[in-house]
Structure formats: C-alpha cells, structure tokens
Design a protein around this ligand. Structure first.
Ligand SMILES: [Mn+2]
Length: 424
C-alpha cells in the first residue's frame, strides 16, 4: 500500500511553519546548508529484504503482526518507507529467502515503487531443505571439494539471479570457521576459501563487484575464516580489482576503532561499503545510532574526508545498506529511525570545518581538533535532513505520519496477526 500523496502534503502543511523557523536558524548560522541539503537529498540507503519482519534470537521470536509474506509484500513495505522518507530507494535481496520467481514482474514492481536492486546476498550459512551436502563444517572452506563446489555453484546462481534484476554486486558473508582449537588448519582453510572465492570471482560479469564481509565471531566461536578486515582485505587483494571489503558495523570485537579501519580501506580503494546497525556487545543488529551515535558520526567523518580525497561519488561509489534485526520494535519504524540516524550523521560530517581541522592537526592542537569535531556533532541538523526529504516529496515527520495513519493496523488487517516473513 502506498499513501495518497495528499495525506503527505497535508501532514507537511501542518508542520511547515515550525520547520521553516528551525531551518532559517540553521541557514543563518552556517553558509553551507544548501549544499548539505542537496547532498543529503541525493543519498540513498538500501533496505535488506530480511529486515521487514520480526527477527528473533536463539531463545525465541515474538511476531509483530502484519509482516510481509512474500517478496512482493517486502517490496511493498520498502516502497512505503521510500515514499515517506525518500531515502530508501533500494532493496538488497537474500537468496534463497527471496528468490524472484518472475524477474520481469519483480523489476516492474520495483520501478513502480522507485526502487533499485542493491547487492544480492548468498547464503551458505544454513542448510536448505533438500540440499545434498551439509554446511555444518563450513562451505567455501570445507575440506570436501564437493561441498565447496555446491557452495560455489550457489553463489554463481545468486549472481545470475542478480543479473536478471539489475544488481551490480554480490555480498558474500561466510559463517565458515571453527568452534574449537585444533579443529581447523587455518592456512588450509584460508587457501581453500580463496580458491572457492576465485571461482565465484571468475563468474562475475564485467561490471560487477564482489563484497567480502567479515565478522569476528558467531556462529563459530573459536575462529572465523573471514574474521576481520585484515583477512577480508587479503582475500580482496588476492582476488583482484572487482573484490572489496564490506564493513558491517556490528561485526567487530568490542571497542574496535571502526573509523580507522574505514579510513585505511578507503585509502587502499578497497572499501565496498557498509552494513549499518549499532551494537552494545557484539552482532546485536540494533537500530543505527541507538547506542553510539558519536561513533557513527566519526565513521562518516572518515568517509566524507576519504571519499573527497579520492574524488568519489558519495551516492554511487560505495554500497550503503542497513543490516539490522528487529526483535521488539516495529520493523518499519525501526528502519525509519535507522535511515534518519544515517542521514543526520552524514549531514553532520558534511558540516565539519575540514580546512580548520587540517590546520589544527598540522599544529598538533589536539583541543581544537576535538572542538571542531564536536561542534558539528552537537549541532542539531535534523531540519536539514527534513528539508531534503520534503524537497523529494517525502514527509516532514515520517514516523509520526506512519503512526497517525495507523499503517501497521492496516497491514495487520491485510496480512494477519501471525504472518511470518520468508527467511525468518
Ligand atoms: Mn551484514
């Protein structure tokens, strides 16, 4: 369901005077507001097809109601989200949870909602019904060549499905690793994984990329075969120019300096992009910016500075995606909060007085460096983000509108209280 455009217009009209006052105050204080509004307006964050339903933990899952029952309904949800915030114009598919049965019809539907297809995601971290060989002891790293071959073929099929939809990249996240010391020969596991990735790499169309996502632990608790950015970068460097390292914010050990990782990957031209989320302990998949918004801002500072240093296009040269799990919140509300947090952090990074920061760095003026960063971080730029949104036809307060229109209630009426999203 999409909202009637007049509902958004009316919502905006009622809040416009207040918005204009806040906007005028920012415009008065800063000279670069117009530039920031335009950059934020162009920025798009892809929504993964698995984030529209309620996730769960290994202890339980509590259904939220009105969950999308099919790929079409997931796209409907993202279409609605994009209509409200105008910054969620892409979907990232997970195969086999969301295999498009009729690619032409799915492409048509995406066009109706104004959605593009972001990177496709393969899955060799669980066994599918009817699967010949098991991934219990890994997939691309497996000691048995037949298991590796099965996993390679799956990845190649995912690429082919992505080609039919217009995707340009595949993200490979492996749960491969070991649970106990001695279980695995590390060098052997690396070499087998590299060889398997090499076969997948060979199957990439010329304009495609492969993103190698790393994760420190879980489901394997002793070693992960792509456990950190160093290992991912090693694979990506050995594979070739179409291979990149993908950073998922929740996939680090506690207190890792993610902004430094990002800066160096960008320097090497090997940063694929992001899976945004937030975490307190590990791969918690919490709402972006809900735990540590300052870290998110510092990451965007490195992104903006690093992309500008390499003359990169902020919108298209990296992949931007949310990777979160919604266990207690309404998934659509959570995604609205996440996208907003990303855009606010991006806007704040754009506000940083870069020449002054550089000058303070050269002078070893540590105090001034901190003042410059925090001056941007402590400025409330939500009116600029809202302005970008309404210029694109979105709602001034998407979350408020979602609630006042009782959209979840309508979705429950249509899909039922106990519907379960595919893959969850
Ligand atoms: Mn991820």
């Amino acid at each position: 369901m999409l909202l009637n455009g007049s509902i958004i217009e009316k919502h905006n009209e009622q809040r416009m005077r207040r918005h204009q006052l806040k906007l005028a105050s920012l415009k008065d204080e800063f000279s670069q507001t117009e530039q920031i509004i335009q950059q934020v307006a162009a920025f798009q964050v892809a929504i993964p097809s698995w984030a529209l339903g309620t996730g769960g933990t290994r202890f339980g899952r509590f259904s939220g109601g009105g969950e999308p029952r099919s790929l079409e309904e997931k796209m409907e949800d993202i279409g609605l989200l994009h209509q409200l915030n105008r910054s969620s114009g892409a979907i990232s598919l997970h195969i086999p949870w969301d295999i498009p049965q009729d690619p032409a019809a799915i492409r048509q539907l995406a066009q109706e909602y104004g959605l593009k297809f972001d990177a496709v995601n393969s899955n060799t971290f669980q066994d599918q019904p009817g699967q010949t060989l098991s991934y219990k002891f890994g997939s691309l790293q497996h000691v048995d060549k037949n298991v590796r071959k099965q996993a390679i073929n799956h990845n190649i099929q995912v690429i082919q499905q992505g080609v039919e939809l217009g995707s340009k990249a595949i993200t490979v996240w492996l749960s491969d690793g070991s649970c106990f010391p001695g279980q695995l020969n590390f060098r052997g596991a690396f070499e087998r994984t590299l060889e398997s990735l090499g076969e997948i790499y060979q199957a990439l169309p010329s304009d495609w990329k492969i993103f190698i996502e790393y994760k420190a632990f879980e489901p394997n608790f002793y070693s992960m075969t792509v456990g950190d950015w160093g290992q991912s970068l090693l694979y990506a460097s050995k594979l070739g120019p179409k291979a990149y390292t993908l950073v998922d914010l929740g996939h680090h050990l506690p207190n890792a300096n993610i902004e430094q990782i990002v800066a160096l990957l960008l320097m090497e031209g090997k940063l694929a992009g992001f899976h945004f989320n937030d975490s307190k302990y590990g791969d918690d998949d919490l709402t972006v910016g809900s735990i540590n918004p300052y870290q998110l801002f510092l990451i965007f500072n490195e992104l903006v500075e690093g992309m500008n240093a390499r003359n990169m296009n902020h919108v298209t040269d990296l992949g931007w995606m949310i990777d979160a799990s919604h266990n207690v919140k309404d998934p659509l509300e959570d995604l609205m909060q996440s996208v907003e947090a990303i855009l606010v952090a991006y806007a704040q990074a754009l506000l940083i007085d870069t020449p002054a920061l550089k000058e303070a760095q050269e002078a070893n003026d540590v105090v001034r460096c901190q003042e410059i960063l925090q001056a941007a971080f402590r400025t409330d730029l939500r009116p600029l983000v809202a302005e970008a949104r309404i210029r694109n036809g979105g709602a001034l307060e998407p979350l408020e509108l979602f609630r006042s229109e009782a959209i979840r209630t309508s979705l429950i009426k249509k899909r039922g209280e106990k519907s379960v999203a595919t893959g969850l």
